[in-house]
Design a protein around this ligand. Structure first.
Ligand code: UDP
Ligand code: MG
Length: 317
């Protein structure tokens, strides 16, 4: 019996790259006669002709399924929708811009078929074509998050990975609203093989990530997978309390021995400002966690599907 493979492809304004990606996948599918490939395209509220292309592809090729969101919910939601609705024995997530080369699929399938691994993940060993400042902050982020969280996140890891069904079921069961897939993949465990490859530049269109979005995404990653910032806040508070105690003693003793010449208001103001700053920072950290908790408690759906050619799809989840 043929194994079935579902390729989940989140697409946001990908009218230029989607046809190129589709052709590349068709080429690869021809090299894999033992597997039945299905494309699960997720239109994440694109504003260009992406949905029209999906409809057209689905019409001419019955291996193409699509889910179209009612608005832009973000790549994480698109991937989650894909995982919830993928039916294959093997399931992969791939970007539509060819930065996740479909040509790696045969090798990945071979590794999984060997039975020793549950998933094959890819990581970029170079960051060619990326602004150096972005690479620098990316490296720093991976160093920090690995030190302070229990999810093991590999530097340069892509979301592109091929997984067995069991692993995807574990991912679907993690229904948190604030999703950070790189952390989720690491957290659930399973035997993963890492496949290094050279960075490929996007084939058409442009990246949806700017520096600010990436910064916010990295803060999300940290808040989702680590409580270290909260501990840092409380230890800083403890440290300052002890310091204040010692300083008070020092001032009392000095007053008793030397009398009280009034001086040093400038340093006092500096200290007040400094402590005020630390307090606000710590409140901000608590606020970040509280805001996440608020969103989790509301239990809003991750995505809403407005249109699909997959009858059994979970339309809201
Ligand atoms: N994407 C998405 N929703 C978004 C942003 C991006 O589905 O809100 C998709 C996008 O179409 C692409 C993938 O996620 O297939 C990766 O996006 P992009 O190439 O812009 O990111 P980069 O490769 O620069 O990290
Ligand atoms: Mg890309």
């Amino acid at each position: 019996m043929k194994h079935t493979v579902t390729l989940i492809v989140p697409c946001y304004n990908e009218e230029a790259s989607l046809p190129i990606f589709y052709d590349a996948v068709c080429d690869v599918a021809r090299q894999l006669p033992d597997y039945e490939l299905t494309l699960l395209l997720v239109n994440d509220g694109s504003r260009d002709g992406t949905l029209a292309i999906m409809r057209r592809l689905a019409k001419k090729d019955e291996r193409v399924k699509y889910l179209s969101f009612s608005r832009n919910f973000g790549k994480e939601a698109a991937m989650y929708a894909g995982f919830c609705n993928a039916k294959g024995d093997y399931i992969a997530v791939m970007d539509a811009d060819m930065q996740d080369p479909p040509s790696l699929l045969p090798q990945m399938l071979e590794i999984l078929a060997g039975g020793e691994y549950d998933s094959v993940a890819t990581r970029r060993v170079t960051r060619d074509g990326e602004p150096p400042i972005r690479s620098f902050f990316a490296r720093m982020f991976y160093r920090i998050i690995n030190r302070i969280s229990e999810a093991d996140i590999v530097d340069g890891a892509r979301d592109f990975r091929l997984m067995k069904r069991e692993m995807v079921e574990a991912i679907v069961s993690m229904c948190e609203y604030n999703r950070f897939s790189k952390g989720i993949f690491g957290w659930i465990g399973f035997r993963t093989m890492w496949l290094p490859y050279k960075n490929v530049e996007r084939v058409a269109g442009e990246t949806k990530w700017n520096f600010w979005k990436l910064f916010k995404y990295s803060i999300d990653g940290i808040v989702n997978f680590s409580q270290a910032p909260l501990s840092i806040a409380s230890y800083t508070g403890l440290g300052f309390t002890l310091l204040a105690f010692v300083a008070t003693l020092f001032i009392i003793v000095r007053r008793l021995i030397f009398g009280d010449p009034v001086a040093g208001w400038a340093s006092t103001v500096c200290i007040i400002l400094f402590i005020g700053g630390i307090q606000l920072l710590c409140m901000g950290i608590i606020g970040q966690y509280l805001a996440k908790t608020y969103m989790e408690v509301k239990r809003r759906p991750h995505y809403i599907i407005a249109e699909t050619n997959e009858e059994s799809a979970d339309r809201v989840r």
